[in-house]
Design a protein around this ligand. Structure first.
Ligand code: HEC
Length: 255
């Protein structure tokens, strides 16, 4: 029994450590995705194809499926969401998967790592993590070639591709007890040192919409599932009343 306890504690400890480590990341804001706001998801899709799909694919989704789910007609999908070409140099068709042209070998050479497919990232990382990650890039001259670091994903290999929108920021530090009596520096916030084209609240909104789109992408059936769920509950309820009425009818003569 004692042995088992030690093993279990041993297994749990790293997760505790990780959770504590996670507590030092910044920013730590939380969002709630509004699944009824399709317009926000459409704008998020636009940001995604413009700013992310040069490096990241979303290869589990098709352009026209996204259009259908978010209420964008094929013609508009073709004009506003597709910027890639197929092997023959023709514009990618609306029925194609959201793949990218960059090869993994090239990416490896350019970034030292291959940018992961983002189809399921909202599920693996969670929407809050994404929201903070995309707002957490800061100037760090020690990062050769990139010039930035990230408060949520330390020493990340991704450049700050939204710098033109957000501008550039530097961290404000504060000292904090690490729980073992040692003081350590943690990021407490950011100061903008170079304005971008968006204000802070506009940038936050843009990122919220982008994350809302990624959340949709990771679970395109969520809305349908919810609707079906409600339908099933209503059906069961009606059925319960019928069954009860029937039971009364059958037992009427027995009593
Ligand atoms: C210039 C290429 C490039 C562009 C453009 C780009 N990224 Fe990245 N991204 C990367 C690389 C490289 C990594 C891997 C970083 C690492 O592991 O250190 C990455 C990692 C990520 C991760 C972390 C994935 C994980 O779970 O580890 C997320 C999320 C992400 N990118 C989102 C985005 C979004 C959203 C956009 C569009 C706003 C975007 N990226 C644009 C290159 C890019």
């Amino acid at each position: 029994m004692l042995k088992l306890l030690i093993v279990v504690t041993g297994l749990l400890l790293p997760t505790l450590g990780w959770a504590a480590g996670g507590g030092h990341t910044f920013p730590q804001d939380k969002i709630e995705i509004d699944w009824d706001d399709k317009a926000a998801m459409q704008r998020g899709a636009r940001t995604f194809v413009n700013y992310c799909m040069s490096c990241h694919s979303a290869a589990y989704s098709r352009f026209n499926r996204v259009g259908e789910d978010l209420g964008i007609p094929d013609e508009m999908v073709r004009e506003n969401l597709i910027f890639t070409t197929d092997v023959n140099g023709e514009k990618t068709k609306v029925g194609e998967l959201m793949k990218i042209t960059m090869t993994p070998a090239y990416a490896e050479q350019a970034f030292g790592t291959v940018p992961p497919d983002l189809s399921l990232v909202a599920r693996s990382r969670g929407v809050n993590w994404l929201y903070n990650y995309l707002r957490g890039f800061y100037v760090d001259d020690s990062r050769v070639g990139l010039g930035v670091n990230n408060g949520v994903f330390s020493n990340v290999g991704m450049p700050h591709v939204l710098a033109e929108l957000q501008g550039l920021q530097v961290p404000k530090y504060k000292t904090q007890d690490d729980g073992h009596g040692n003081e350590r520096e943690v990021i407490a916030g950011f100061d903008i040192i170079k304005e971008g084209t968006l204000t802070k609240s506009e940038y936050d909104k843009t990122i919220y919409e982008l994350v809302a789109f990624l959340d949709y992408l990771a679970e395109p059936y969520k809305q349908t599932r919810k609707n079906v769920g409600t339908g099933v509950i209503i059906f069961l309820f009606v059925f319960l009343i019928l069954a009860y009425a029937l039971k009364k009818e059958y037992w009427k003569d027995v009593h």
